[in-house]
Design a protein around this ligand. Sequence first.
Ligand code: XMP
Length: 316
Amino acid sequence: DWTMEAFVDRAVGEISGIQGRVLCGVSGGIDSTVAALLIHRAIGDRLHGVFIDNGLLRQDEGDEIEAIFRDNFHVNFTAVSAAERFLEGLRGVADPEAKRKAVGEEFVRVFSEFAERNGPFSWLAQGTLYPDVIESGVSKGPAAVIKSHHNVGGLPDWLDLKVLEPLRDLYKDEVREIARILGVPDRIVRRHPFPGPGLAVRIIGEVTPAKLRVARTASRIVEDVLLEAGVYDDVWQAYAAVGDDRAVGVVGDERRYGSIVMVRVVNSVDAMTADWTRLSHETLERISNRITNEIEDVTWVTYTISSKPPATIEPQ
Ligand code: XMP
C-alpha cells in the first residue's frame, strides 16, 4: 500500500520501536517540520525539537514556528535566541562562501551546546529527502525509514548521535501530502523554500543590522503583494535582496541618497534551473510603491531579470 496514509502508519510504527531520546533541529521549513511531527506521533515526549534563531530569518518566522510546535502540537520544544552570536560571526565578512561558512560553523556550535546541556540524546533527526540522498551519493535503502550512520552535518564526534531520517525515501510533493495528513498549517505547507544561511545570502557584502532590516521588510512586502495578487503559489521563490549600492532619490523636496533593493521572483521545478517570473506591471508597481513608501532608506527598486543559468536563485 503506497498511499501516504499508509506511509505515515508504517513510519510511526517503525519509529516507535527505537530506544532513547531524539533531538530534531527544526528550521521552520516543511521537511524538518514533518520529520519532527512524524517522530512526535511515534514517541511523544522522547522527541525534543530545537529551533535556532540565527537572526537571519524571515519576518515573524521564529514566533510562528514556536507557536506551531508548542501551542498547536505540544511538542517538547526550545527556541534558542542566538542572533547576536551569528551577527558577531558575520562581522566584516563580505565573501559569499565565507558567509555561508560562518553561519554553518556557528550553527554547529549552538546546536552542539544545546545537545550537551539538554542531553543525553541517542538520535539526531533530520528532514532529509530522497533527492538530497541521491545528491549526497548514498543509494536508496530497502524502503527503510530508519537509517543510522555517524558524523553527519559536521557535528562533533563526542555527540555520538545516530541519525534518523524518516523522509529519506520521499519527494517534496509527498512530504506536502504527509504535512496535510498530519495537520500542518497551510501557510507552512505553502511557504516558499528558504536557504539555510537565510538572509545572509540575500545581502550582498557585509551583513549589518540595517541591511537585514531592509531585506526582511522588503521581502515581506514582496510576499504580501504576491499573496494579494493570487500568484504566490505559482512561483518558486520571491524576495528582495540588498547590497551597498545607493542611488539618489527625492522625498518631499529633500534629496536622499538611499539603498537600492533588488526584487527577485522566479519559477522553477527543482531549483536546478529557474526562470525570472513575468509579473504583471501592476504587481511590480505595487511592490515598488510599497517598498519605497514603507522603508525610509530605500530610494530605488529594481527587478531582477536573469534566469538560472547563468545566474543562481540567491545572489550569494
Ligand atoms: P541557488 O542560489 O544555488 O539556489 O540557485 C538553489 C536553491 O537552493 C536554495 N539554497 C540553499 N538552501 N542551504 C539551503 O538549505 C543553502 O546554503 C542554500 N543556498 C541556496 C535556494 O534558496 C534555492 O531554492
